[in-house]
Design a protein around this ligand. Structure first.
Ligand SMILES: [Zn+2]
Ligand SMILES: [Zn+2]
Length: 163
């Protein structure tokens, strides 16, 4: 009978308890995940975008509010309060897949999964234009939400969904 073994065992028990406590704490502090509300905040990268209802209708805001005030519209476009809203009267024509270069076929549209996200300013727009009407925010030079056309895996803020 060795006192050393007892100490090691109780040390390990403490570690397990500590980790279990951490997991329980983390789970209780995390907002319930749902397929649309689980997008990580592209601004602070800590919060999760959650659907909220505002004066002008539903929008997504960061769960770290008020520390982080990032918001975006439900279609993924970012709201700009000071008159910088995008002109929705501009029609986006669909671009045929056959006219896209290989470079333009890196990021599949996560909504229709039939077309590709193309860079437009600081955001990404589905090549089907208004037919799909998907606009994604930029995340480190990639769409914040896209499908890898080769594997079919969906990536949100650089993280493979379901991993
Ligand atoms: Zn945030
Ligand atoms: Zn699309």
């Amino acid at each position: 009978m060795s006192a050393g073994e007892v100490t090691l065992q109780s040390f390990l028990d403490d570690q397990v308890q500590f980790i279990n406590d951490l997991i329980a704490k983390g789970v209780s502090e995390m907002p319930a995940p749902s397929e649309l509300n689980g997008t990580p905040c592209p601004s602070c990268k800590k919060g999760i975008l959650q659907e909220r209802n505002g004066k002008n209708g539903a929008f997504r805001g960061c769960s770290c509010y008020p520390t982080c005030t990032y918001t975006e519209n439900l279609d993924g476009t970012t709201s700009k309060k000071a008159g910088g809203t995008r002109n929705t009267s501009v029609k986006r024509e669909a671009i045929p897949i056959s006219s896209l270069t290989e470079e333009q076929k890196k990021y599949g549209c996560p909504i229709c999964r039939r077309a590709y996200l193309l860079p437009e300013g600081r955001q990404w727009v589905c090549s089907r234009g208004d037919d799909c009407n998907t606009v994604c925010a930029d995340f480190n030079g990639q769409p914040v939400n896209y499908v890898d056309p080769k594997t079919g895996d969906q990536y949100i803020a650089g993280v493979k969904k379901g991993q």
